[in-house]
Write a protein that binds this ligand. Structure first.
Ligand code: AP5
Length: 226
């Protein structure tokens, strides 16, 4: 097995995975792969994949495993071919999402002689999930994420960088958040237990402020690397 850094960010909707992902990937020079971002880009561009995935995303369900896994396989292979992942280090945000995806993912990694080093589990309470997601706003142009209380834009509802009006994600409506949380508990929590048994889980208290969460993730990954 090669000594690559392959990490997975996992946690409830709104746990702060997206907020942390870029900084963690920059710190460890990993190629960041976020299935939520890739799927939303496809929805935005009305690709065949996006049109199919939209039906699931809008209802708070997971997109079918075959679609997501083949998409991931292509992204990994093309990154390796283009050498845009330094030393083939990858950080996955929001993937794998359940045991079915994980089984296929492990097969792909094994074919490439790679394996997961650490699963970063950002843990937050259910009431924090609602508080985070109902106050989340995103820039439709650059995808920068804001929070109305904890990370507000400088000017009323405008992206600091693009100056365009911020939007609320379609799946951040209360009834869809409820469904996403149910799906998370039913399908993703068993995956966390699977990796706990393999001693791969680094549990992070996601209720702290974002900078402290980042420090905890970095020190957790540094320990896992040793
Ligand atoms: P995805 O985009 O992955 O959504 P999610 O997992 O539900 O996570 P979120 O993006 O909602 O939250 P986050 O943890 O990134 O939080 P954020 O950093 O934004 O997936 C969306 C949908 O796509 C899925 O429901 C599914 O349909 C589909 N999909 C995706 N991956 C799939 C897969 N593998 N298989 C099948 N389907 C898939 O933070 C939230 C808010 O809190 C922000 O406002 C932020 O500013 C704020 N915040 C963050 N951290 C803190 C902090 N420490 N303190 C205070 N505020 C904070």
């Amino acid at each position: 097995m090669k000594n690559n850094l392959i990490c997975v960010l996992i946690g409830a909707p709104g746990a702060g995975k997206g907020t942390q992902a870029k900084n963690v990937a920059n710190h460890f020079k990993c190629k960041l792969i976020s299935t939520g971002d890739i799927l939303r880009e496809n929805v935005e561009n009305k690709t065949v994949l996006g049109l199919e995935a939209k039906k699931y995303i809008d209802n708070g369900n997971l997109a079918p495993a075959q679609i997501v896994v083949s998409m991931i396989k292509n992204v990994i292979k093309s990154s390796i071919e283009k050498k845009d992942a330094s030393d083939n280090n990858f950080l996955f945000d929001g993937f794998p999402r359940d045991l079915e995806q994980n089984k296929l993912f492990e097969q792909i990694l094994a074919q490439l002689n790679l394996s997961i080093k650490a699963v970063i589990y950002i843990n937050i309470e259910d009431d924090v999930v609602y508080e985070r997601l109902t106050n989340r706003r995103v820039c439709p142009k650059c995808n920068r994420v804001y929070h109305l209380k904890f990370n507000p834009p400088k000017f009323d509802n405008l992206c600091d960088d693009c100056k365009v009006a911020l939007i609320t994600r379609e799946d951040d409506k209360i009834d869809v958040i409820k469904k996403r949380l149910e799906v998370y508990k039913q399908l993703t929590e068993p995956l966390i237990e699977y990796y706990r048994k393999k001693n791969k889980v680094i549990e992070i208290n996601g209720n702290k402020d974002a900078e402290e969460v980042l420090k905890d993730i970095i020190s957790g990954i540094n320990c896992a690397k040793q």
